[in-house]
Ligand binder design. Structure first.
Ligand code: BOM
Length: 141
């Protein structure tokens, strides 16, 4: 659900500042991670892909090939309030997106494509949070 997704985003987004330098993602492109979900934010920059890889690695959410670690992602989402209602859906949506871009060899470029696909599909599935929902739970993390 969008409510659970707001918790996951709030927590995951806290890793952004640790990853700014190595990813090269400027504040002009993305100031705060929750803006990822804004209607007018375009998920297109290679540096955002690099940042998502770096952030995911902080929580062991990726395998060595920079694809999602299914078990760890499942457990991560389940660790949030009502996480069990979202975890399988989220893993399924991300994996479906990964399959569509599997031939891309640049990890950062591929992951930003996967993230853009995930944003579209999460909205269609009704699990995309409003930025205001994320801001309401930011202080918990
Ligand atoms: O193949 C690489 C898999 C990358 C997984 C992350 C994709 C989605 C990242 C963008 C949105 C994040 C929102 C919440 C955290 C989900 C883990």
């Amino acid at each position: 659900t969008a409510e659970v997704m707001s918790h996951v985003t709030a927590h995951f987004g806290k890793a952004l500042e640790e990853c700014r330098e190595e990813s090269g993602l400027s504040a002009e492109v993305l100031e705060e991670f929750q803006h990822f979900w804004r209607e007018d934010f375009e998920v297109v920059h290679r540096e955002l892909g690099c940042a998502i890889i770096c952030m995911s690695n902080k929580f062991s959410l990726l395998q060595d090939d920079s694809r999602m670690h299914h078990v760890n992602m499942h457990d991560y989402v389940k660790s949030f309030p009502n996480g069990h209602v979202l975890s399988e859906k989220l893993v399924g949506l991300i994996h479906n997106c990964e399959k569509q871009f599997d031939s891309m060899t640049d990890d950062c470029e591929r992951v930003v494509k996967v993230a853009a696909c995930f944003k579209v599909d999460a909205k269609a599935a009704g699990i995309a949070p409003e930025v205001a929902m994320i801001e309401a739970v930011m202080e918990k993390y």
